[in-house]
Design a protein around this ligand. Structure first.
Ligand code: ZN
Length: 214
């Protein structure tokens, strides 16, 4: 629309297309100009419309990115399931784990963890109407909610797996001084391959304990 706008306002005034545009512009109600003006208002560029000015496409591109980024940030904090996602994802861009040659189950586990749908009690408790504070981990004695952070960082059921996959990371002095949110971010973002392997093994272990499966 902006490209067409830039062309239209540059046309000779006698050209039929320009005359049709001027008619549309003057009317500005339930028509193309009305819709375009509405978009420019949202992007804080309406002065270009009012003064019939050429719109710089790179400026428009930046405004569009800002607009959708703020909309996206506003929407995701309202979805409780995305509790982990909002801590990990700050930019709308392709995540590095997507580009790694992970197996299907590894990629699936990482995606499920990020989206809050890994079958942990924080999620499965929701199916049977448990309050959030009731969704306590049944696999350790810490009396913690079994959420993504507990599953990756704390639950004692997976201590061996954690030592196996994250040994060097979790013994690092800097790591020990981090908050839980920072630890989760550090592990998931900086070590996606190790995280993927850990998640597959930990979910398998959890399943074995719950269902006795091998
Ligand atoms: Zn636990």
């Amino acid at each position: 629309m902006a490209r067409l706008w830039n062309r239209l306002i540059s046309f000779d005034d006698q050209r039929i297309t320009k005359l049709a545009f001027e008619f549309d512009y003057e009317r500005c109600r339930n028509n193309w100009c009305f819709d375009f003006k509405d978009i420019l208002i949202k992007l804080d560029l309406v002065s270009h419309f009012e003064r019939k000015e050429i719109i710089d496409m790179s400026l428009l591109d930046l405004r569009l990115q800002d607009f959708y980024l703020s909309m996206w940030k506003r929407d995701i904090i309202n979805v409780s399931k995305l509790r982990t996602y909002v801590k990990l994802k700050t930019m709308v861009e392709q995540e590095s784990y997507v580009k790694l040659n992970l197996s299907k189950s590894q990629r699936s586990c990482v995606a499920q963890l990020r989206c809050g749908i890994l079958p942990l009690r924080i999620e499965t408790g929701r199916y049977i109407g448990e309050q959030r504070e009731e969704r306590i981990c049944n696999f350790c004695t810490e009396n913690s909610i079994e959420d993504e952070s507990h599953f990756v960082l704390d639950c004692s059921l997976y201590t061996e797996l954690r030592n196996e996959h994250f040994k060097d990371i979790i013994s690092d002095v800097n790591y020990l001084q981090m908050s839980n949110d920072e630890k989760l971010y550090h592990i998931l973002i900086n070590f996606p391959r190790k995280t993927a392997k850990y998640l597959v093994d930990a979910i398998r272990k959890r399943r074995q304990v719950v269902f006795g499966q091998v």
